[in-house]
Write a protein that binds this ligand. Structure first.
Ligand code: NAP
Length: 267
């Protein structure tokens, strides 16, 4: 079984649609005929994207400017989605921090956990009953290769993505035969914009060019994988190598190696 066909009433929801992989997912879904609900905090970027995709593909695009790390702000959205006909949910919004967790802002670390893990849980549970009743639907969860292993100096992110990875793959197992698809996107580095060499970030400088895949490619292979109900999609050969090392390498070896690399990202 594939994903529900787009209709005038059903919607594909993309969180984190204001930049990077989320913008590319929204563009790919619109190209496939889906009307959208675009979610992030920066309303002006969402509105510009909605206008662009509406003009290009003749779809409807609704904007929800919501801080998903704030439970009270998130509640009206989860309530709305529970009552709408949702064909696809892309749980994609996420943030990361680098450096020793004791030296980072505790409030921002908590927001990171809330956004990367609890909001993913909330939104998925909001749309599931409707998808089960329709016997069709797709949930894509943007986890990470970082969720496959312990990563000192990326502690909250790695732990939150471990939740996303495991939640996605566990949920998929529960939904076998229901018509509802769940796919984990677990990438390594995805280049969301070409950096200006003058002010390239430490990540851009430390991760060599050949290791990156584009947001557009990532969005396309992710939605193809969701349509086929694949368990996990890992775009790009280098990401696949990282994924195998993280999943099958001894943690006593991978943790210090990854930790040393991420210490540089935090400095
Ligand atoms: N790029 C990579 O190399 C890579 C690798 C592995 C995994 N991933 C995962 O893939 C996903 C997308 O990554 P990306 O690189 O495309 O990220 P990005 O370009 O930094 O975009 C992050 C998105 O999340 C939204 N967001 C951040 N905080 C939010 C909040 N509190 N409430 C609502 N929305 C919020 C941002 O919008 P606003 O600022 O407008 O709210 C933005 O649209 C993330 O979950 C990330 O962890 C990325």
């Amino acid at each position: 079984m594939s994903l529900p066909s787009p209709t005038p009433d059903n919607r594909a929801v993309v969180t984190g649609a204001s930049s990077g992989i989320g913008t590319a997912l929204a563009a790919e879904l619109a190209a496939r005929g889906y009307s959208l609900i675009l979610v992030a905090r920066r309303e002006e970027l969402l509105t510009a994207l909605a206008d662009e995709l509406t003009a290009k593909h003749g779809i409807t695009a609704e904007v929800r400017a919501v801080d998903l790390a704030d439970r009270a702000a998130r509640a009206p959205l989860t309530e709305e989605l529970a009552g709408r006909d949702i064909a696809v949910l892309c749980n994609n919004a996420g943030i990361a921090t680098f450096g020793a967790v004791a030296e980072l802002d505790p409030a921002y670390e908590r927001d990171q956990l809330e956004l990367n893990a609890v909001a993913v849980h909330d939104l998925s549970l909001a749309v599931l009953p409707g998808m089960l009743a329709n016997r069709a639907g797709g949930i894509l969860i943007s986890g990470s290769a970082a969720g496959n292993m312990p990563i000192p100096n990326n502690t909250t992110y790695a732990a939150s993505k471990a939740f996303a990875n495991t939640f996605s793959e566990s949920l998929r197992g529960e939904l076998k035969g229901t018509g509802v698809h769940v796919t984990l996107l677990a990438p390594g580095p995805v280049r969301t914009e070409i950096p200006d060499p003058a002010d390239a970030s430490i990540v851009d400088r430390l991760v060599p060019g050949f290791m990156w895949v584009s947001s557009e490619y990532t969005a396309k292979v992710s939605l193809d994988a969701l349509a086929k109900n694949k368990m996990r999609v890992v775009p790009g050969l280098i990401s696949k190598g990282m994924s195998v090392a993280g999943q099958y390498g001894p943690r006593a070896v991978t943790a210090p190696v990854a930790g040393a690399f991420y210490r540089k990202l935090g400095s």
